[in-house]
Design a protein around this ligand. Sequence first.
Ligand SMILES: *[C@@H]1O[C@H](CO)[C@@H](O)[C@H](O)[C@H]1NC(C)=O
Ligand SMILES: *[C@@H]1O[C@H](CO)[C@@H](O)[C@H](O)[C@H]1NC(C)=O
Ligand SMILES: *[C@@H]1O[C@H](CO)[C@@H](O)[C@H](O)[C@H]1NC(C)=O
Ligand SMILES: *[C@@H]1O[C@H](CO)[C@@H](O)[C@H](O)[C@H]1NC(C)=O
Ligand SMILES: *[C@@H]1O[C@H](CO)[C@@H](O)[C@H](O)[C@H]1NC(C)=O
Length: 449
Amino acid sequence: MQRILLLCLALLADAAAAGDGGRALLLPLRVQAAPANKLRFRHDVSLTVSVAVGTPPQNVTMVLDTGSELSWLLCNASTVPVRVRSPAPAAATFNASASSTYAAARCASPECQWRGRDLPVPPSCAAPPSNSCRISLSYADASSADGVLAADTFLLGRTPPVPALFGCVTSYYSASGGGGNATTNSSSEAATGLLGMNRGTLSFVTQTSTRRFAYCIAPGDGPGLLVLGGEGAGAGNAPAPPSLNYTPLVEISQPLPYFDRVAYSVALEGIRVGAALLPIPKSVLAPDHTGAGQTMVDSGTQFTFLLADAYAALKAEFLDRTREILPPLGEPGFVFQGAFDACFRGPEARVAAASRRLPEVGLVLRGAEVAVAGEKLLYRVPGERRGVGGAEAVWCLTFGNSDMAGMSAYVIGHHHQQNVWVEYDLQNGRVGFAPARCDLATQRLGSRA
Ligand SMILES: *[C@@H]1O[C@H](CO)[C@@H](O)[C@H](O)[C@H]1NC(C)=O
Ligand SMILES: *[C@@H]1O[C@H](CO)[C@@H](O)[C@H](O)[C@H]1NC(C)=O
Ligand SMILES: *[C@@H]1O[C@H](CO)[C@@H](O)[C@H](O)[C@H]1NC(C)=O
Ligand SMILES: *[C@@H]1O[C@H](CO)[C@@H](O)[C@H](O)[C@H]1NC(C)=O
Ligand SMILES: *[C@@H]1O[C@H](CO)[C@@H](O)[C@H](O)[C@H]1NC(C)=O
């Protein structure tokens, strides 16, 4: 670990910064097919991190999700009816019986009173003798999971194990369909669970008193980097690029029905295509009196979603600006994953060449910007071919329509966070962004093997 730290520091750190910052923990982060778990917006690809849980430690792969609160693991293999789509590897499970530190939460415990957004119904009591706290998790795409609230130790990297509550899930239902096969084979194992990283009381971040974490997602299916802890850009041993642009986290004082107060919510001030800001009224980009229209940074969602009015403006401008280089698909009924209907067709080589000439799309936040350019703007829809002999592939703009996906928020997904250093600074209530070469960080970590 020390070697890795030094190499990463050499690469990324503003080493001049001093201070007695807390030690940061660096972990490899992978983009991989994650078919067996929360498929919140029917995406096939997730960011995952390796964690060792229990005593003795069992290795599990967890989806890193800044949009969820309670972590969960598929538990007790024999009882889990895992439904895995054909191209995907089978999911491993956590064997609770084999861990001496595993403890189910009791009904009478204060934790069992928890009512987070992830739970549509309050926890309930199992009959004696177990008296365990039964929970039912549910997500925006109608996937759901049932299990019990439990605690065990979590080990990330070579730090001391930390105890944390999680959902020990024994059955789940995943909304099927949505199209698309898993396209990445980067890892031999599918994810076993999900690491809840939002700001809620039961999230892994809150339970472990993590005040800062950051990640750098490599493009393609290569591994990236997760940094937990540390005391600020360049301080302590935490690597960071020299100049992050920060945007403040948006807080609201009163609960609103459609506003997720434990999400990483930021202020969206505009959307630009090339140099020109789209003519979208400010009111369309801000939450309304119900809380609908907040903008979240979410590592658990693959692509970026915009509310219908903003999406329509972007789609129209993008189609207009790319008409000469990118032939539209021209099939009005074609919608990828239920929300992506700005689609194109063409041979791979031609689209690759065209992608270098696409106008950059920028999500303008207060004080910072998430800029999306080139290949990140287009996604090749798996399994779709057109033209004589299937010479052409189908591509869609990697921005989707929230309303079509049944959401009432703007979501900045992990695909658009590739090659961006993203820091969640809870201490100062802000999120920082900076362009970065995440593949270089990853090479230095030596985790490609
Ligand atoms: C878990 O992973 C660590 C690090 O990769 C490895 O050393 C260990 O042998 C693994 N343990 C099991 C039980 O597979
Ligand atoms: C899994 O097995 C352990 C040990 O047998 C048990 O305590 C726990 O309740 C089981 N989990 C669920 C969700 O059934
Ligand atoms: C879980 O662990 C228990 C105790 O070590 C063992 O008896 C059982 O076979 C394990 N179950 C699975 C599915 O590996
Ligand atoms: C994934 O693996 C399968 C079988 O191992 C292979 O046929 C397929 O081409 C791979 N897909 C990618 C995207 O690497
Ligand atoms: C998924 O892959 C299978 C087998 O390769 C193929 O028959 C199917 O059409 C694909 N589905 C989609 C939605 O791409």
